[in-house]
Design a protein around this ligand. Structure first.
Ligand SMILES: [Mn+2]
Length: 475
């Protein structure tokens, strides 16, 4: 493809020449004869001419297919230049802003007169990669510091939250990799082991071992790290922690020697991918597979709280991981036991205005509840699911929605925050309420009465703050 670049600055010319050749054949047009001469002597295709005159472009032989790049240093004469280019018949016109502080405004101004042009700002084109590089060097510094701090310990502990999920498991493996340790010298542990079948399957397929330990045993380790969780989670059980890496909102009231908390990240594995990249670590297929699966699972395959960094980490890990193994881990979601609860929900559940509500009764494990909630959200006519059950002496409720209506977290907080724990995101939320507290507030409801009551709450919540016409659209 042929290009003509209309520039004033030598640096811009040299840069474009370096970037565009040899994929593009580019001629440069400059106003200043001395610059033209100098660059010509340096071997570039540079001619001098008046950029405000149409015949300059006719002489340069531009056609509607020529890509014309015009440097914009903020001069008033730019519009004249663009007019001349248009009159000469060019249609592919790019304006490259250099040192324009408010380039959006400048773009708007120019587009009012030349709607077909494209505006690119040099700062924006370079900003991304440059900032990534710089923030990587900050990460590198941090990683070097904690690597050193952990290096002289004989055995270190990597502690995960209870019933570790894929992100916790993968982060454990990743941190062991950053610390350059083996399973003998860096122990991955939790106070309560893995129960969800798909997570057990992940552990088996990837041969991940999680020790179950007591808070007293934590104190036996010279260095303690926590991943995907922060010390407040354990209450007073753990008195000392050296390193915390987590993507949940930062909690006050604890001190750690080092921490890296990034609440805008979709997973802790994303943070650890950056740690590994910052120090150029070799990532084994096993670790990459675990981390890739973790990012997928924590962001519900980029449906929730995923941002550019998660997608970056994903594409970095993808070629290193075993895709077939990930497929196998995902299939592990469906079990006979879970299908029993799906059936129960079908018999007992109610649906109104695209809200599906069901009460599963006593459930031996908590994971049946979110599983059933996720399951029914797949139905074509369902936009919200609210599934509850009783685990031990508490009512556990999982709420899911397709993400473009009201906030699921707000729903559980509104009705249950005063009697239990309730919280979550826009598209998924959870409440855990002691049965006694629930009965005190709502009375002693039987299964059907319970479902009706919750459904009524959901509809009330969805109808609030919604203009009538929008309600119809979404119904
Ligand atoms: Mn996580």
């Amino acid at each position: 493809m042929r290009g003509l670049a209309v520039c004033q600055t030598e640096l811009v010319i040299r840069m474009l020449d370096e970037i565009l050749l040899p994929s593009f054949e580019v001629d440069f047009l400059v106003e200043s004869r001395p610059i033209a001469r100098r660059l010509h002597e340096a071997g570039m295709n540079v001619t001098a001419g008046d950029p405000r005159r149409t015949d300059t472009y006719l002489k340069a032989d531009i056609t509607p297919g020529t890509c014309v790049i015009v440097e914009d240093g903020g001069r008033r004469s730019l519009k004249k230049v663009l007019e001349a280019i248009r009159d000469a018949g060019a249609t592919l016109v790019y304006v490259l802003g250099v040192g324009i502080s408010d380039f959006r405004k400048r773009e708007e101004e120019l587009k009012a007169q030349f709607p077909e042009l494209y505006y690119l700002a040099l700062s924006e084109l370079f900003g991304g990669p440059l900032l990534t590089e710089f923030s990587r060097s900050i990460t590198r510094l941090k990683v070097h510091q904690y690597q050193r701090f952990f290096s002289d310990a004989e055995r270190v502990l990597i502690l995960l939250h209870n019933d570790p999920d894929p992100d916790a498991l993968a982060s454990g493996l990743a941190l062991r990799n950053v610390l350059r340790r083996t399973k003998q010298t860096a122990i991955i542990a939790a106070l309560q082991g893995v129960t969800r079948p798909e997570n057990v399957r992940m552990m088996n397929l990837l041969d991940i071992h999680v020790d179950v330990i007591t808070p007293a045993q934590v104190a036996e380790y010279e260095r303690v790290a926590m991943v995907d969780v922060q010390p407040h989670y354990f209450g007073d059980a753990i008195s000392h922690v050296d390193l915390v890496i987590d993507h949940h909102p930062e909690q006050p009231g604890y001190s750690a020697v080092y921490k890296d908390i990034r609440p805008d990240y979709g997973s802790t594995s994303t943070i650890l991918t950056e740690h590994l990249r910052a120090v150029d670590a070799n990532i084994s297929e096993r670790t990459a597979t675990a981390m890739l699966y973790a990012i997928k699972s924590d962001t519900l395959f980029f449906n929730r709280q995923a941002n550019r960094v998660d997608i970056d980490a994903f594409s970095y890990l993808y070629p290193l991981a075993d895709a077939a193994l990930i497929k196998k881990m995902e299939g592990a979601e469906i079990t006979m036991e879970r299908l029993e609860y799906v059936l129960k929900a079908k018999q007992q559940g109610r649906i109104a205005e695209q809200v599906f509500c069901a009460f599963l009764g006593a459930s031996p494990r908590e994971d049946f509840i979110p599983y059933v909630a996720d399951f029914y959200l797949q139905l074509e006519d369902v936009k919200w699911t609210i599934v509850s059950g009783i685990v031990n002496d508490s009512l556990v409720m999982s709420v899911r929605n397709l993400g473009y209506s009201r906030n699921a977290g707000e729903f559980v907080r509104k009705y249950f925050a005063d009697i239990g724990s309730a919280g979550g995101h826009r598209a998924m939320a959870k409440a855990v309420v002691p049965l006694r507290a629930f009965r005190d507030k709502f009375g002693n409801l039987q299964a059907d009465g319970f479902t009706e009551r919750v459904l009524a709450m959901a509809l009330e919540f969805l109808h609030e703050h919604q203009p009538a016409d929008r309600k119809l659209l979404r119904a």
